[in-house]
Design a protein around this ligand. Structure first.
Ligand SMILES: Cc1cc2nc3c(=O)[nH]c(=O)nc-3n(C[C@H](O)[C@H](O)[C@H](O)COP(=O)(O)O)c2cc1C
Length: 190
């Protein structure tokens, strides 16, 4: 079974909820480890699951139109790994959560894509047509209701408890991304 690490930051629990959904989807076809950037800190033993993974799925809230500062600190901390191209040819994917429907989530996903490209990784996009923004966001069948393509996007207000937002459509979209990365990891391993 391929190994997937979901590495994320979440300031208030909303992106963590999305990470759980990505993990649920990925577990359909992979051995999954969920880690936070705080848990791994600077490169060391805690980074072993990342080095051993077939795919790394990055997750961050969108803060002022990009990844959060703790996620960006991880990006900087990974520079020695970049120098060795240790993650070259691993699969990569990304997800984000922010308060607005758009809210510059695209910049966050692009930041993650640039990270993956600099590391020589192979990016797996969402692979979904856009859903229906006018349909209810608690409709789990309304995949990709926010219409992003580079990764899984979710919407959750800062004041909303993570148990309430993000809602079913976005969590289903996140599950789809996890499952898709697991499927591609299995294909690449063949
Ligand atoms: C410092 C800060 C900056 C934010 N910037 C944005 C933003 O640019 N766009 C947006 O839609 N939401 C923005 N938000 C809202 C968060 O993205 C949103 O509440 C998200 O669900 C938080 O995820 P988390 O609980 O995983 O930290 C911002 C929140 C904070 C605290």
């Amino acid at each position: 079974m391929p190994k997937i690490v979901i590495l994320h930051h979440s300031g208030y629990g909303h992106t963590a909820k999305v990470a759980e959904a990505v993990a649920d989807g990925a577990r359909e076809g992979a051995e999954v480890t969920v880690l936070t950037v705080e848990e791994i800190g600077e490169p060391g033993e805690a980074w072993a699951p990342l080095h051993e993974a077939d795919a790394i799925i990055f997750g961050s809230p969108t803060y002022i139109g990009s990844v959060s500062a703790p996620f960006e600190a991880f990006v900087d901390a990974a520079s020695p790994i970049w120098a060795e191209q240790k993650w070259k040819d691993k699969l990569a994917a990304g997800f984000t959560c922010s308060a607005c429907l758009g809210g510059d989530k695209q910049s966050t996903l692009q930041r993650m894509q640039v990270l993956a490209m600099q590391h020589g990784m192979v990016w797996v996009g969402l692979g979904l047509l856009p859903g229906r923004p006018e349909h209810p966001c608690d409709d789990a069948g309304n995949l990709n209701r926010l219409g992003f393509f580079a990764g899984a996007a979710a919407q959750a207000g800062q004041e909303a408890p993570p148990e309430e937002e993000p809602m079913a459509a976005d969590l289903a979209t996140a599950r789809h991304l996890g499952k898709r990365v697991a499927e591609w990891a299995a294909r690449v391993a063949r």
